[in-house]
Design a protein around this ligand. Structure first.
Ligand code: HDD
Length: 697
């Protein structure tokens, strides 16, 4: 692990208790009893408790005040430490920000991923946008890039944010639903607010249910600016592209994982880092020189629009790696606080009206969550020197040894620094106009990019989109709501709108709202982001065994999976030793990590069934084991089997209309069983496997 300046900085605040170390009060006095309140012994019940007990009182006081307000949005999250490194000085043509141009630097980062709608205790795998917030602790101060896994947003102007959030959050009368946008108020709002059409398509697509935080793209979303040494300004969009590719769950999996393991994404992040499969993204930028600002048929400051890569290419400029899990959730992940307004020299804002409002909102919310001195908290404080005359306030911790707390002063302490010496300088932007409440002309167009996104999806992505919108609209019981949304959809794609209308019982639109322009952009389908080399690094493989399995063969396969850096778990009928096939050394048995009921196929990426006559007979008698395999097959996961395992697999996934496909071998029936097979529901001729098994789409 790279020891960054932030890791060193945090060392001062990290306390590591040693075994046997005794308890103290908050004021440092050793505690001799932490289980019994001080009482007047009456010989019967222990006697009345005394208010005098300052030790018991302290314990209860502290407990009573443990909670702080959860974030008003993005309350549910997980964080990790890491670093950012620029690739050479590729970005210096555009910016003076050393964090982006100086490859000799390792800039520490803290990153927090989140869901938007649910409260702090909601499940990880709900359909939602994922937050992608990064704090770069640069030598020039903290730079916070507070983005999402989706490149656009629901609204164009920050003034609409409270309406949007109220509409998507639980309804005010019942506080229902939790971790869901599948309700009347959300769809009512977005139906009346067509600027959200593009973003709704993204959230309803597979992007709304990522497989892992590590397999999501990240986007700065808003348009920022970069300033170079010649005082030239470029508009910029930030993109993070995951090394492992962009992957999603299927909806049936996501729904089940909400109950089976609500912490799935958090655990996945920690498991990967602890296994040294460090999550990694390439940072790429899109830049538009100021002179070209108005050359597009969309407004480049409108956060409901993308900059298609065909028009504005991406430049890779660095990499972001997460390599350390947090030591304690609350002081780090909960107290970390981001502000879009926190930028460093060389990076600036644009007039994007969403960004401008955000620049006010984040600081404000941190004051209500954490108090005015929130930037002194260890996780938030910069790694460079901080000196100013902001003073006092609740929970001030920094002690400044000086008789000066104002500017100007006779000692020249705390003087502003000229831009040439690294002082933050705003771009000298010429502004003139009429004061009015309005949005630009191109902000009025809402459907071109929603169509572009829809057209760019491949068939299975469209199938998933169709079923996601149908699921959500089916949860709206007020017909006005789903009828109105079908109107929005008919402006995106008429045929698609008709399909949804049939599914959810809405009125069929009689004529298309707007013709579909038919254009596509290749980078909008997530299959575009497959890793260059296929990889199983950090993928979770379940090895299903029962007594009598072929342990020698299983260990060989397990070794191969390990060396390819997959993470293997043995699942058996009980969490204890599972015996190998007769004739094999008993010591060759294996200790199961889980039993069939304790974990489900949804939590794994692939399954392997070893050979072994007795073991396969036992699996065939176990309904849950059969369900494991059928479910994984229905979710299109790779299933590997050897010997008797192949026969077993063939039996339990043999279904009318389902043709098994075995990559590189042909149809499963032709396979020589002793070689073993790898099959997946994915290529099984239409989506028959998923449909017949009832696990999708
Ligand atoms: Fe926001 C949190 C992302 C628009 C107001 N937002 C928050 C977080 C993320 C985003 C990732 C969680 C940060 C964390 O992990 O602590 N928000 C976005 C993106 C937006 C966006 C990508 C559109 C481009 N947000 C937005 C607007 C406003 C806010 C328009 C208000 C006008 N957002 C907030 C907030 C939060 C927040 C209320 C809640 C907790 C926090 O800030 O720290 O201030």
């Amino acid at each position: 692990m790279t020891s960054t300046k932030k890791n060193v900085d945090l060392q001062h605040d990290i306390q590591e208790p040693t075994p046997g170390q005794g308890l103290t009060t908050d004021f440092g006095v050793k505690v001799s009893d932490t289980d019994n309140w001080l009482k007047v012994a009456d010989g019967h019940h222990g006697g009345p408790s005394l208010l005098e007990d300052q030790i018991a009182r302290e314990k209860i006081h502290r407990f009573d005040h443990e909670r702080i307000p959860e974030r008003v949005v993005h309350a549910r999250g997980a964080g990790a430490h890491g670093y950012f490194k620029a690739y050479g000085d590729r970005a210096s043509e555009y910016t003076t920000a050393s964090v982006l141009t100086d490859s000799s630097r390792t800039t520490p980062v803290f990153m927090r991923f989140s869901t938007v709608q649910g409260s702090k205790g909601s499940a990880d795998t709900v359909r939602d946008v994922r937050g992608f917030a990064i704090k770069f602790y640069t030598e020039e101060g903290n730079w916070d890039l507070v983005g999402n896994d989706i490149p656009v947003f629901f609204i164009q102007d920050a003034m609409k944010f409270p309406d949007f959030v109220h509409a998507v959050k639980p309804e005010p009368d019942t506080d229902v639903p939790q971790g869901q946008s599948a309700h009347n108020n959300f769809w009512d709002f977005v139906g009346l607010q067509p600027e959200s059409a593009h973003m709704v398509m993204w959230v309803m697509s597979d992007r709304g249910i990522p497989r892992s935080f590590r397999m999501m793209q990240g986007f700065g979303v808003n348009t920022y600016t970069l300033l170079n040494s010649k005082d030239e300004r470029h508009f910029v969009k930030f993109h993070f592209i995951p090394e492992l590719g962009v992957h999603s769950l299927v909806w049936d999996e996501a729904l089940k994982i909400c109950g089976q393991d609500p912490d799935f994404h958090r655990k996945d992040l920690n498991e990967a880092i602890e296994n040294k499969a460090y999550p990694k993204w390439t940072l790429a930028i899109q830049v538009i020189p100021e002179s070209k600002e108005h050359e597009f048929d969309f407004d480049i400051l409108d956060a409901t629009k993308i900059w298609p890569e065909e028009l504005v290419p991406l430049h890779d400029i660095g990499e972001l790696v997460l390599n350390r899990v947090v030591d304690e959730f609350f002081p780090e992940t909960e107290q970390v606080a981001f502000c879009t307004s926190h930028v460093v020299p060389g990076i600036g804002f644009s007039d994007d009206p969403l960004l401008q409002g955000r620049n006010f909102s984040y600081f404000d919310t941190q004051v209500s969550r954490l108090g005015i001195n929130w930037e002194e908290l260890p996780i938030n404080r910069p790694v460079c020197p901080v000196l100013n005359f902001n003073r006092d306030g609740k929970h001030r911790t920094r002690i400044v040894k000086s008789d000066i707390n104002y500017w100007p002063n006779r000692k020249n302490i705390g003087h502003p620094v000229a831009a040439a010496d690294g002082g933050y300088a705003e771009f000298a932007q010429r502004v003139e106009g009429i004061k009015q409440r309005a949005r630009g002309e191109k902000f009025q167009e809402h459907y071109n990019h929603a169509q572009l996104f829809f057209n760019s999806l491949n068939d299975h992505e469209k199938t998933h989109l169709r079923s996601a919108i149908s699921f959500e609209l089916s949860h709206c019981d007020d017909p006005i709501v789903y009828k109105s949304y079908i109107g929005v959809l008919s402006n995106i794609d008429f045929e698609f709108a008709k399909e949804i209308a049939i599914k959810v019982g809405g009125d069929l639109p009689d004529k298309p709202g707007r013709p579909n322009h038919g254009q596509k952009s290749k980078s909008l389908s997530q299959t575009y982001y497959m890793p260059k080399e296929p990889t199983i690094v950090s993928r979770r493989v379940a090895i299903l065994v029962a007594d009598g399995f072929n342990a020698i063969e299983m260990e060989t396969v397990r070794l191969a999976l390990h060396s390819a850096k997959a993470v293997c778990y043995v699942i058996g009928p009980r969490r204890s030793r599972i015996q190998p096939a007769s004739g094999q050394n008993v010591g060759a048995g294996v200790f199961a990590d889980h039993h069939f009921e304790g974990q489900r196929s949804t939590l794994f990426d692939a399954i392997y069934i070893p050979s072994g006559e007795e073991h396969v007979k036992a699996l065939a008698r176990n309904g849950r084991a059969i369900h494991w395999i059928r479910e994984a097959f229905g979710h299109c996961k790779p299933i590997g089997a050897v010997g008797e395992g192949v026969n077993f697999l063939r039996e339990i996934v043999r279904l009318p209309g389902v043709k098994l496909f075995v990559p590189s071998h042909g149809d499963m029936d032709e396979v020589v069983t002793s070689y073993g097979v790898v099959t997946t529901g994915e290529y099984s001729g239409s989506s028959a496997a998923t449909d017949i098994l009832g696990f999708g789409p």
